[in-house]
Design a protein around this ligand. Structure first.
Ligand code: AMP
Ligand code: MG
Length: 486
C-alpha cells in the first residue's frame, strides 16, 4: 500500500478524553468489499492523494478491512433527546478511524458509517444499507455545493453482505468527513457521566478544537452557548433558504461546529408548504420545515442545561446567564431570516412593507401549491416553462409590487439579479430524481444516474442549467416519505 504517497496524517486527540466517553474497537471486516463511489475532489481538498491506489485497494481501506497506519478507531459515546425523549446513545454503527490533519492544519474526523456493532449498538446490527448511504453521499455533497456547512462524503463501499430491514438489502459503508462529531448530545452525555471531569474535559477539548478565541473570555461556557446559537441560526436560515428539511433534529444530530449532520429521513421541499414533514415517524410534525428554528432553540436549551455547571457554580445564577443568551434567539433569527428572504428577492435596504411582501408571496405559493425553488427561479428568469400558475392575476399583481420595491434604494434590476443568483439554486436534489437514481443503483447495480446527479448538484447556481430536466417537479409528491430504518 502507498501509505506515504497517500498523505494520511493522523493525530487522534479525541481518544485522550476519558475512556468513559468512547470505546476503542476495530471495524468488523466485511465479506467482499467493492468501491462504489469515491470523492476525488474532497480527497484533494484535504491533502490525500489516492491517484496511485487501485479501486480494489480503496475498497479494502474504505470498508475498514485494512485500516491505514496511524488510525485508531473509536466509537463515541453520546446521549440525545430523540423526539423529545432523553436516551443514552453513541455510535451504534459508526467508528471514527482517526483525525486527519491537512496541510493548513484543519483537522477532519474520518468516520465509517455501517462498520459493524459497537458497545452502543443496543439491539441493532451495526450495519447500513446501500441506498441510504448513497443518499447521504448525494445530499451532503449537494449541501456543500449549495454553500451550506455540512459533513462531507468521501466514499461508499459495498460490503458484499446483506442487511435485513423491512426487506433484504445490500450492505454498504459510507466514509464521512467532519470537522468533528461533537454533538449537543455529547455534552448531555458528559453531564451525566460518572466521571466528574468528563464535562469540563469535553468543554476544554471543544474550545481548543473549534473556538480557541473564546478560551480566554470572561465566561467561556456562556460564550460557547452564544457562538453555537449563532452558528445554528445561520445553519437553519440556510436550510430554510433552499427548502431543506432535516427530518430528525434530535439533540444527538446537532453539531457544535454548526455543520449539518446525519442525513436520515431528510429531503428538499418541492411545493411550498411550511407544514411539510418527510419522516415516516414524525406524526406530530415536530421536525416540519416551519418548526426547524423552534426546534433549534429547543435543542440549544438542552445544550445550555448541559453547560450550566460550567457557566456558574451557583445553578440559579447559571440559569440566569444562560437565559440571557437564549432569549436573543427569536430576534436574531428573525433578523437573519428576513435578510435571507430579502436576498432571495433581490431586495436592498429597508422598507416597512418588506415583511408583508415576503409573506404575501409565501402565502400565494402555499395556496397555489407552487414549487419553492422554481418560483424564485421564475422571478430570476431562470425557469421558462409555461407554467399556468405564474399567469395567475394574484401573482402578477404581487410581481408588480415586487418590481416596484426593487427599484427603491437606488437599486437596479441588474443588481437585484446578481444578489438573487447567489442565493437561489436552480438545482436541488429533488426527491423523485434522487429516488430514481437510487433505484437504478440498488436494483440494477447501475450507478450512472447517481453519478450524473452528483455532477449537476456540484453547480447548483449554474445558469446554463436553466430548463434542464433537473428543474422538473414530480408529477405527485403528495405522499413522499423517508424512513429512519437506514
Ligand atoms: P440516527 O437516527 O441515525 O441519528 O441514529 C440514532 C442512534 O441509533 C445512533 O446512536 C445510531 O448509531 C444508532 N443506530 C442507527 N441505526 C443503527 C444500526 N443499524 N445499528 C446500530 N446502531 C444504529
Ligand atoms: Mg444520529
Amino acid at each position: 500500500m502507498f501509505e506515504k504517497e497517500i498523505g494520511w496524517k493522523f493525530d487522534n486527540t479525541y481518544s485522550n478524553l476519558s475512556q468513559s466517553m468512547l470505546s476503542k474497537l476495530n471495524p468488523t471486516p466485511v465479506k467482499t468489499p467493492e468501491l462504489v463511489l469515491f470523492n476525488h475532489n474532497l480527497s484533494k481538498e484535504i491533502d490525500l492523494d489516492f491517484s496511485k491506489v487501485s479501486n480494489k485497494e480503496l475498497a479494502l481501506i474504505f470498508s475498514g478491512n485494512q485500516l491505514p497506519k496511524g488510525s485508531e478507531s473509536i466509537a463515541q459515546a453520546y446521549a440525545g433527546h430523540q423526539f423529545g425523549h432523553f436516551t443514552i446513545l453513541g455510535d451504534g454503527r459508526a467508528l471514527m478511524i482517526g483525525e486527519h490533519v491537512a496541510k493548513n492544519n484543519n483537522r477532519y474526523d474520518i468516520q465509517f458509517k455501517g462498520s459493524g456493532k459497537t458497545p452502543y449498538s443496543r439491539n441493532a446490527d451495526g450495519r447500513a444499507a446501500l441506498g441510504p448511504m448513497l443518499r447521504e453521499y448525494i445530499i451532503s455533497e449537494s449541501m456543500h455545493h449549495l454553500g451550506i456547512p455540512t459533513t462531507r462524503s468521501l466514499a461508499v463501499t459495498k460490503t458484499g453482505e446483506n442487511v435485513i430491514r423491512e426487506s433484504i438489502l445490500k450492505g454498504a459503508i459510507l466514509t464521512r468527513v467532519a470537522s468533528s462529531h461533537i454533538r449537543v448530545g455529547t455534552f448531555q452525555y458528559a453531564l451525566i457521566s460518572k466521571n466528574k471531569d468528563d464535562l469540563k474535559n469535553l468543554f476544554d477539548y471543544t474550545l481548543k478544537r473549534h473556538y480557541p478565541k473564546i478560551r480566554k473570555s470572561e465566561n467561556p461556557a456562556k460564550d460557547l452557548l452564544k457562538v453555537v446559537l449563532e452558528k445554528q441560526i445561520d445553519l437553519i436560515c440556510n436550510w430554510m433558504r433552499v427548502g431543506f428539511i432535516h427530518g430528525v433534529m434530535n439533540t444527538d444530530n446537532m453539531t457544535i461546529s454548526g455543520e449539518t449532520i446525519d442525513y436520515g429521513p431528510c429531503a428538499f421541499m418541492d411545493k411550498y408548504n411550511p407544514a411539510t414533514v418527510f419522516s415516516s415517524i414524525d406524526h406530530q410534525g415536530r421536525y416540519s420545515y416551519f418548526n426547524q428554528p423552534r426546534i433549534a432553540l429547543w435543542n440549544l436549551e438542552k445544550f445550555a442545561e448541559a453547560l450550566l455547571p460550567l457557566i456558574h457554580n451557583d445553578s440559579k445564577e447559571g440559569i440566569k446567564l444562560a437565559k440571557e443568551v437564549l432569549k436573543e434567539f427569536p430576534e436574531k433569527y428573525e433578523k437573519k431570516s428576513l435578510e435571507m428572504m430579502k436576498k432571495k428577492l433581490g431586495i436592498v435596504g429597508d422598507d416597512p412593507k418588506d415583511k408583508q411582501l415576503i409573506s404575501e408571496l409565501l402565502l400565494w405559493m402555499l395556496q397555489n401549491k407552487a414549487d419553492y425553488t422554481n418560483t424564485f427561479c421564475y422571478l430570476m428568469g431562470e425557469y421558462r416553462k409555461k407554467k399556468e400558475i405564474y399567469n395567475e392575476t394574484q401573482f402578477i399583481l404581487w410581481k408588480i409590487k415586487w418590481e416596484e420595491r426593487i427599484k427603491k434604494n437606488e437599486n437596479s434590476q441588474e443588481n437585484s439579479l446578481k444578489i438573487m443568483r447567489k442565493v437561489n439554486p436552480l438545482i436541488i436534489p429533488r426527491n423523485h430524481l434522487v429516488e430514481e437514481a437510487l433505484n437504478f443503483a440498488t436494483e440494477s447495480d447501475d450507478l450512472h444516474k447517481v453519478r450524473e446527479l452528483i455532477k449537476v448538484l456540484q453547480n447548483p447556481y449554474d445558469r446554463s442549467l436553466t430548463n434542464s430536466p433537473y428543474q422538473s417537479t414530480p408529477s405527485s409528491e403528495e405522499n413522499y416519505v423517508t424512513y429512519c430504518g437506514t
